[in-house]
Structure formats: structure tokens, C-alpha cells
Design a protein around this ligand. Structure first.
Ligand code: PMP
Length: 309
């Protein structure tokens, strides 16, 4: 089955929200395109009951030459492969690469959030997934901003991050219930993002982003074994030479600037953490500008990070 095979069963409909398009957005699903709204997952889907899946969050950007490119696609898919390996889901990076590029082209999305998901389907409702069928889909959404453009009010959660010794910091679906709990908790206090700290008061990460601070013009990347090894974090360290080290919660409160980074969050200044307000975002804005130029292909030195669509 070619990656470009359209789903013969999908009727061509005029999408209501986008009158100029004659087909609704498509999702790549097990080697073919299906309508994004189609319900292909049965109610007995294993992943729905236990979170037995692995996902990625990837961005594609319109580039100034009129094309578009996916940022650090091989690194995202390698992380996904590692998660799949742990769950015994066969994952072919080449197939996922082609699927990602094909669905971006199919949907005509240049600035997009890309969501691959590999999951355990049906076959058993027990916890041994070896006999359960496995699936892969890739969806694209016109750019979805996670935190950009909003005032970020971080609240320290009373929940602990999943310890790496229990749940490896990879993008395993079920692990994100931990993030959902923390976000739900701090929203009641008027915050829009949660910060995890460990029992010793060391900063771990946010629900979907890594943390940095600026002190005396030096940029420090928060390091913690329970945090996801973020690709944006790695990018910012490579671009700025930031030091990576453990950071205590009180150091973060004392910092001149704090910012969070992630594929969806990009580089976003933190306005408040608990009762502390950060007025200065000078260094963060410089880093955010540099990151923006890199992902859009305006920094030829870093063109190796872009996979052209
Ligand atoms: N931490 C968590 C828990 C995340 O979900 C994400 C988003 N993937 C990040 C950090 C940032 O990772 P990346 O820069 O690879 O998107």
C-alpha cells in the first residue's frame, strides 16, 4: 500500500470551515489516508483503556523560500522508536518519516503541529500486549500554539513527576495522566501551567515543556533525570551554550528570568511562578528570536535540522 493511497471509502465532502478545500483534512492511518474525523478505533482499543501508546509532538514551519520544513524530524521519530520498543510496538522510522511528509503535503499544511501516534489496538484486554494488534497514525493541525502568546503563570504542583525508575521519561501516552493531574490542580489556583518539583525541592519540568533560567546573563537549562530529554531543550543548549545542571526551586524563584521550551511551547517567557513575578524577558526574547529564525530556515548554519516537505 502506497503512502499516498487515498481512502477509497472516504466520500469527498466540502469542509464547512474551509470552503475552498474540497476534501476534509486527512490523517495517515496504517498506510492510507482517512478523514480526520473518522472513528477507526473500536471501543475495546487497548490504548484507550490503559494508555498503551506512544506519541510525538512535532512542528513544521513555513520557510522564507516559500516551502516548508519539519524541525528535527529524525530526533522526534527516534524518541518515538525508543518508546515503541519498550512497549513492543514495531516502529519503522522510514515509514513514519514518509507518513509525516505525505500527510503534510496532502493537507497542504505549511505551519503545522504534527501528531504521530502508535498504539495497541484490539485482540486482548489483558496487560500482555504481545497479541494485541498495533497501529500508527499521523495527523497534522494548522499550527497549534501551546503557550505562545499567553501570559504564563506557573504554579508549583503538589504532584511528583513520574519517577524515571517507574516510567521512563518518553512520550508514553499513559504517562501523561501525571501531567493532566498537575495541570488540573494548578488551574484551580488561576495558573495556566504546572511546574513539577521533586521531594528534595529540585525542579523537574513542566507538564509539556522543559525549564530554563537566566541569572546574571547566564542561561541555565534545568537538568533532572525524571524530565523528558526535550529536543527544543537540546536545540537551545546547542544554540546558546547554556549550562545544563540541577536547579532548586528557590533558585528559580531568585532567577532574573525564567522560560519554558518545547516543540509546541517554542521559547516562552514565564511571567509568574507562584507568588513571584518576572518582569524582565530581555534574554528570553533574544533566544526566542534566534529559535524562530532557526526553525524557519533563516539560519543556514542549522539547515541540517530541517527536513524539507
Ligand atoms: N517535557 C514534556 C513532559 C513534554 O511533553 C515535552 C513536549 N514534548 C517537553 C518536555 C519538550 O520536549 P520537546 O522539546 O522535545 O518537544
Amino acid at each position: 500500500m502506497s503512502l499516498n493511497d487515498a481512502d477509497a471509502a472516504a466520500p469527498a465532502r466540502v469542509a464547512e470551515a474551509t470552503p475552498t478545500r474540497t476534501v476534509p483534512p486527512q490523517v495517515w492511518f496504517d498506510g492510507r489516508f482517512v478523514d480526520a474525523g473518522s472513528d477507526r478505533a473500536p471501543l475495546t482499543t487497548h490504548a484507550m483503556h490503559y494508555g498503551s501508546g506512544v506519541f510525538e509532538g512535532i512542528r513544521a514551519y513555513a520557510t522564507s523560500d516559500g516551502g516548508s520544513a519539519v524541525f528535527r524530524l529524525p530526533e522526534h521519530l527516534e524518541r518515538m522508536r525508543q518508546g515503541c520498543e519498550l512497549l513492543g510496538i514495531a516502529f519503522d522510522v522510514d515509514v513514519a518519516t514518509e507518513a509525516t511528509l505525505a500527510v503534510l503535503r496532502q493537507n497542504g499544511h505549511r505551519d503545522a503541529y504534527v501528531r504521530p501516534l502508535a498504539w495497541c489496538g484490539t485482540g486482548s484486554i489483558g496487560l500482555d500486549v504481545s497479541s494485541v494488534d498495533k497501529h500508527l497514525m499521523v495527523a497534522t493541525f494548522p499550527t497549534n500554539v501551546h503557550l505562545a502568546g499567553t501570559r504564563v503563570k506557573l504554579g508549583t504542583s503538589s504532584w511528583r513527576r513520574n519517577p524515571a525508575s517507574s516510567l521512563p521519561p518518553l512520550k508514553l501516552c499513559g504517562a501523561y495522566v501525571n501531567s493532566i493531574l498537575a495541570k488540573h490542580e494548578v488551574k484551580q489556583r488561576g495558573c495556566n501551567e504546572a511546574l513539577f518539583v521533586d521531594e528534595q525541592g529540585r525542579v523537574v519540568e513542566c507538564t509539556g515543556a522543559n525549564v530554563f533560567m537566566v541569572r546574571d546573563d547566564r542561561i541555565i537549562a534545568v537538568a533532572h533525570r525524571d524530565a523528558l530529554a526535550g529536543i527544543t531543550r537540546d536545540t537551545i543548549i546547542a544554540l546558546t551554550g547554556a549550562e545544563s545542571r540541577p536547579v532548586r526551586h528557590d533558585e528559580l524563584l531568585d532567577a532574573d528570568e525564567v522560560f519554558v521550551v518545547g516543540t509546541a511551547a517554542e521559547v516562552t517567557p514565564v511571567d509568574e511562578l507562584d507568588d513571584r513575578a518576572y518582569a524582565d524577558h530581555r534574554v528570553v526574547r533574544e533566544v526566542a528570536d534566534l529559535y524562530r529564525r532557526v526553525v524557519r530556515g533563516d539560519e543556514p548554519r542549522h539547515a541540517r535540522w530541517l527536513t524539507r516537505v
